[in-house]
Design a protein around this ligand. Structure first.
Ligand code: PLP
Length: 395
């Protein structure tokens, strides 16, 4: 019989010549399980998705309850679907009052696309500013905002009138003018290797957008839902963006994204032309039911309050002379080493010994550590023991 691994290589599209090819049969809590009894402590969380661990019982129950009622019934924005309404309401209850409307999508890239459109339409301007080394998704619009020439070259021409500034560089804020429709930034740059900007920079960025009338659009697709020790990372900087883009951890393991804006900004998509931004599956009722359960778990189980303490334990246990730096906020961390060979060998050794870590798109010299927020202290100690052994072996 042909194995699933062979069928994967033969019949499903490959995104690189070197997929990790780890087969997963089941996932529960902080662990992934393979078909031959392999057990992996997951420090990647499906790339910042499984913030409350895999298959949280309250999420599974919410999914089952919704399955008994209805699946897809119509395109987004027509029928009143309780899971969408309840989730959007809960989300707004946990955001500053300036946010008044939630548009639900299938993915992060779609949240980016929608945000670009409302920013242009609301301001009547065309120029968009993004940051070098950003990652915002792989659709053509989102790709246009990725500040990495290598990714642009192969797919050019992309969207016009997009300019790039250096992230966290105060002088570059001068590029934002009355011509700028919007500035797109990640609250913390993830794929650049977890670059945390200064509070001073973020406040200056907010002020510059206020002065020029440019909309400040925060990508919290990686940083959202408690990951950094606050529900949203913008809270660390004492500012509020105009538009917030969410995905990944939003759905408790189900596909969902959203962009959230003041009602006056969101309302521009209703007319001229009407139906100018629509989606068939965006805000799928099962995903929204899971998202509401997941948000309730984060809030009611007070997961965010324990993030700092768990991050401190990681930092203590990973204090190693060969780790040059541990960057990050809360449980969005990265371990800086010397080169990609070390990154590759350490991740492989860790996987072979039951710990899943990974790397970053725009930073080849750093290891990704972003466990579920529900990870226990014992699991952290065990994971760090394996990582230290890998560092001893390869650095
Ligand atoms: N923005 C950031 C910061 C991301 O990390 C990602 C995905 O990794 C996206 C946007 C795109 O999200 P999606 O893959 O759901 O389209």
């Amino acid at each position: 019989m042909i194995s699933n691994r062979e069928l994967f290589l033969k019949n499903t599209a490959q995104t690189s010549d070197s997929p990790r090819l780890i087969e997963i049969e089941k996932a529960e809590g902080s662990y992934l399980y393979g078909p031959q009894g392999q057990k992996y402590l997951d420090l990647v969380s499906g790339f910042n998705v499984s913030n409350i661990g895999h298959r949280h019982p309250r999420v599974i129950q919410a999914i089952k309850d919704q399955l008994e009622k209805y699946l897809h019934v119509t395109v987004y924005g027509e029928f009143v679907q309780a899971p969408q309404v309840q989730f959007a309401t809960k989300l707004l209850e946990n955001l500053p009052d300036s946010f008044g409307s939630v548009y639900l999508t299938n993915s992060g890239a779609e949240a980016v696309e929608g945000s670009m459109k409302i920013a242009k339409k609301y301001t009547g301007r065309r120029q968009i500013i993004a940051a070098k080394n950003a990652y915002h998704g792989s659709t053509q619009g989102a790709l246009s905002l990725i500040g990495n020439a290598e990714y642009h070259k192969a797919y050019a021409p992309l969207l016009p009138e997009i300019d790039f500034i250096e992230y966290n560089k105060l002088q570059d804020l001068e590029c934002i003018t009355e011509k700028t429709a919007a500035v797109f930034v990640e609250a913390i740059q993830g794929e650049a290797g977890v670059r945390v900007p200064s509070v001073e920079y973020m406040q200056a960025l907010r002020n510059k957008c206020n002065e020029t009338g440019a909309l400040l659009i925060f990508d919290e697709i990686q940083t959202g839902f408690g990951r950094t020790g606050r529900l949203f990372a913008f809270e660390h900087f004492g500012i509020v963006p105009d538009i917030l883009m969410l995905a990944k951890g939003i759905g408790g393991g189900m596909p969902l994204g959203a962009f959230v804006a003041p009602k006056a900004i969101m309302d521009v998509i209703k007319s001229n032309p009407m139906l100018g931004h629509i989606t068939t599956f965006g805000g799928h009722p099962v995903s929204c039911a899971a998202a509401l359960a997941s948000l309730n778990v984060i809030l009611e189980e007070k997961l965010i309050e324990k993030v700092e303490q768990k991050a401190a334990l990681f930092r203590k246990e990973l204090a190693h002379p060969k780790i040059k730096e541990i960057r990050g906020l809360g449980l969005m961390m990265c371990l800086q080493v010397e080169n990609f060979d070390q990154v590759y060998n350490i991740s492989k050794y860790c996987a072979d010994n039951g710990v899943m870590i990974d790397w970053y798109l725009h930073c080849e010299t750093a290891l990704r550590v972003a466990p579920p927020l529900t990870i226990s202290e014992e699991e952290i100690m065990e994971a760090c023991r394996i990582i230290r052994a890998a560092i001893d072996k390869f650095c």
